[in-house]
Design a binder for this molecule. Structure first.
Ligand code: BGC
Length: 762
């Protein structure tokens, strides 16, 4: 939705629009009954044909103006109806303005004559985001990644995809997959962590679930959109091998595992070239090496050219007038006429869009708004949160809460609700916000608290206990509330939002409040709601710490159930929590962090390359506050019988996990591999596989993991191949990246294989 970045260019956009030549003349309306039945008989509606065959058949039936309609999208700006008709495909701004779903993210007209539906686009990964529509919010994507269970993100995807469909949307702008390279990045909560394998699995789960509703999901933002400060003007400088082994690998794996209909290219430049006109990334890696068959849509305001972008591989300009000019409007038509963009390129753009619409089921199953079962959907959000909350510390087994007659609850509106992140992913809560929404800049950047009170939920679960609430805004009053209580639970929070990067230090005296409460009451528990990692200067002084991230629509209930033991925590950190700023790759964020993304172009040098997150910590022998993969349980587990054998397509790992405690519980068997000398890995170790297992007391379960060979290889830029170095590799079975429980060696032969993948299904 509208960002400050977009807003600033809006005025320029209109200035350009009104001085422009000739028009397109095609209708942008929905199909009439007559055209719908005629197109239903069309040869491309024969479902026995492949999506590629069907797309080709429609393409042949299309006029040039109809093709041009499909590569140009709109955002619902109030001024849409006033656009210069000569600039836009179809030339009917009034019809476009009338057809856009109010406050939707975007809209692309259909071609009713041929049965091609309009594309109605909505954000985002956590839920259908629309200021005017109350919808269910999942926990943040980073929270869900902490479940380390792709089935959890898939169930979430099924839910939000169904709400999208029932709200009339057929394109979901979801699938955030930028690796958490910069812990202060304001959008880390929309992404799935710092490791390429974990992030790919979790994002792929969400996309599979969403697309099971016969809609298209994107995967975004391609590529290395690792910070918000200056996102529209910065260049992410990174070597090709480092890119291929980090963010590139995450996208490659996720695309293979979920086949998203569309890839959204990012605002930033990568090695000096904008993401949406970056030929090596779009034409080369994505469509060439990975044989991606879907279409590339731009982020809103991320297009900067016509010929360059079209020839580099951009297939659809989104959200006009977010961009300065209607680059894929009249300007593209002219570029086709003068041959600077070949006709074959336009046909390819349209074929890709049509392929996605056929392959994902949009053509055969048009969306129709319908009733939404919000109670059932809230249960999906709650289940996701319950499997994602991470118990970071639990000294002396203070949790789960036992019998306490008096509990002080302090801070973060815990009597009313739970926090969400802001920006284009900020879902409007069902039943309205818990407290009035605070604007953190423009109207689209909102601080929203979902109406799910942890304190009320605790009261429901522990009816005998007396809970007292203190706002947590005064150090004195908070510590007074804690004195005399059997225990104190302090809720702290860190709001993060799109277009701004944040700080890892909690704001508004929250650290002081925790320390004062910990002094006043020896049984202090802290519940952290955050976009990602935060510093905890008081971590030694409190007895228990729970990381809830942004826990979604039913987060309060989920937190209460974890605190009381109705749910045994099983989340594991998808990111590293650094101890202090000195441990970060960059002490300061480059660029102006003012949410505007204006000013001279600049570069951010990703000198860590592929050594992102725990890999950086490993490489430099740094001890974080809490390590990647860390998370406690109310039961205990043994990790046993680790073996590794060389299989045809990779390395096969087997192990067994046993619940040695007295409660049901789940844990994640995490498999890391340590490279031998001479392998050109970015860091000593990589996560190569994981499996989350649910176990009753005394129960054992076996797991088998096949390691993808790319996770054992380095990328050779000179030949475009993955290279496995001959040598002895140490396979580690771990409960967390800093808690290795057993090790075996495996000898691997030297091997090279091409980065080019076979084409996806037709
Ligand atoms: C964001 C995208 C989002 C788009 C449409 C942009 O600001 O970067 O993630 O999908 O807006 O709302």
């Amino acid at each position: 939705m509208q960002s400050p970045f977009r807003k600033t260019i809006l005025a320029q956009a209109f200035a350009v629009l009104f001085f422009s030549p000739t028009a397109f003349l095609v209708h942008a309306a929905e199909p009439s009954a007559a055209s719908a039945s005629a197109s239903a008989q069309a040869p491309w509606m024969d479902r026995s044909k492949t999506a590629t065959q069907r797309a080709d058949l429609v393409l042949k039936a299309m006029t040039q103006d109809e093709k041009l309609l499909m590569v140009f999208g709109y955002a619902p700006y109030a001024e849409l109806a006033k656009l210069d008709p000569k600039m836009i495909p179809g030339g009917k701004p009034g019809e476009v303005a009338a057809a856009v779903i109010p406050e939707a993210a975007g809209y692309v007209p259909g071609v009713p004559r041929l049965g091609i539906p309009a594309q109605h686009e909505t954000d985002a990964s956590m839920g259908v985001r629309n200021i005017k529509l109350e919808r269910t919010s999942l926990p943040s994507s980073l929270a869900t990644a902490a479940s380390w269970d792709p089935k959890v993100s898939e169930a979430g995807g099924v839910m939000i995809g169904s709400e999208a469909r029932q709200s009339g949307f057929n394109i979901l702008l979801a699938g955030g997959l930028n690796l958490v390279r910069e812990p202060r990045n304001g959008r880390n909560f929309e992404y799935t962590g710092e490791d390429p394998l974990l992030a790919a699995e979790m994002t792929a789960g969400l996309i599979r679930g969403a697309q099971s509703n016969r809609i298209v999901s994107t995967i975004k933002h391609y590529l290395i959109n690792a910070q918000e400060a200056g996102r529209g003007i910065l260049s992410a400088q990174i070597s090709e091998p480092a890119m291929r082994m980090s963010d590139g690998l995450a996208f490659e794996l996720a695309i293979e595992k979920s086949s998203p209909g569309s890839v959204m290219c990012s605002y930033n430049r990568i090695n000096d070239v904008y993401g949406c006109e970056n030929a090596p990334l779009l034409k080369g890696m994505l469509k060439g090496d990975w044989a991606y068959k879907g279409y590339v849509m731009s982020d809103w305001g991320a297009v900067h050219s016509t010929v360059f972008a079209a020839n580099a591989g951009l297939d659809q300009q989104s959200g006009f007038p977010s961009d300065k000019q209607a680059y894929f409007g009249q300007m593209l038509k002219e570029a086709l006429e003068d041959g600077s963009v070949p006709q074959a390129r336009l046909d390819d753009m349209v074929r890709r869009i049509l392929w996605a619409l056929f392959d994902k089921g949009v053509m055969d199953h048009p969306v129709k708004p319908g009733p939404i079962d919000f109670a059932a959907n809230a249960r999906v959000a709650q289940a996701a949160a319950e499997q994602s909350i991470v118990l970071l510390k639990n000294d002396g087994g203070l949790l789960p809460l036992g019998k306490a007659s008096k509990v002080a609850i302090i801070g973060s509106h815990a009597d009313k609700g739970v926090l969400a992140g802001g920006g284009s992913s900020g879902v409007t809560p069902v039943g309205g916000p818990a407290i009035p929404i605070v604007l953190r800049g423009d109207a689209w950047l909102r601080e929203i608290w979902h109406p799910s009170s942890p304190m009320k939920a605790l009261q429901g679960l522990l009816p005998e206990t007396r809970f007292n609430f203190d706002e947590g805004t005064s150090v004195e009053s908070a510590s007074q509330a804690a004195v005399g209580a059997d225990l104190a639970i302090v809720f702290v929070h860190q709001w993060m939002g799109e277009s701004l990067d944040g700080s890892l230090t909690l704001d508004s005296k929250q650290d002081e409040v925790v320390s004062a409460v910990a002094r006043a009451n020896p049984n202090t528990i802290v519940v952290v709601q955050s976009g990602g990692a935060v510093f905890m200067p008081w971590h030694k002084d409190v007895r228990a710490i729970v990381a809830a991230f942004y826990p979604g629509a039913a987060g309060g209930e989920a937190i209460a159930r974890v605190l009381t033991g109705a749910v045994n925590p099983s989340g594991r950190l998808p990111i590293t929590f650094p101890a202090d700023l000195n441990q970060l790759v960059r002490k300061e964020i480059d660029g102006k962090n003012d949410g505007k993304s204006e000013g001279p172009l600049f570069s951010v040098r990703y000198t860590e390359g592929a050594a992102v997150g725990y890999k950086w910590f490993d490489l430099h022998g740094l001890k974080p506050l809490y390590a990647f993969g860390h998370g406690l349980s109310y039961t205990s587990f043994d990790y046993e019988k680790l073996s590794a054998t060389q299989a045809k397509t990779g390395v096969s790992i087997k192990f067994q996990v046993r619940n040695t405690g007295r409660r049901d519980g789940a844990t994640v068997g995490q498999v890391y591999v340590r490279a031998p000398q001479g392998a050109h890995w970015e860091a000593p170790r990589r996560l190569v596989g994981f499996d989350k297992l649910k176990l009753q007391p005394g129960e054992s379960k076996k797991a088998t993991i096949l390691i993808d060979p790319r996770l054992l290889a380095s990328f050779d830029e000179s030949t475009g191949e993955w290279v496995i170095t001959k040598g002895s590799y140490e396979v580690q079975l771990a409960a967390a990246s800093d808690e290795v429980r057993s090790r075996v060696q495996i000898q691997l032969d030297a091997r090279r294989f091409s980065a080019k993948r076979a084409a996806q299904k037709p």
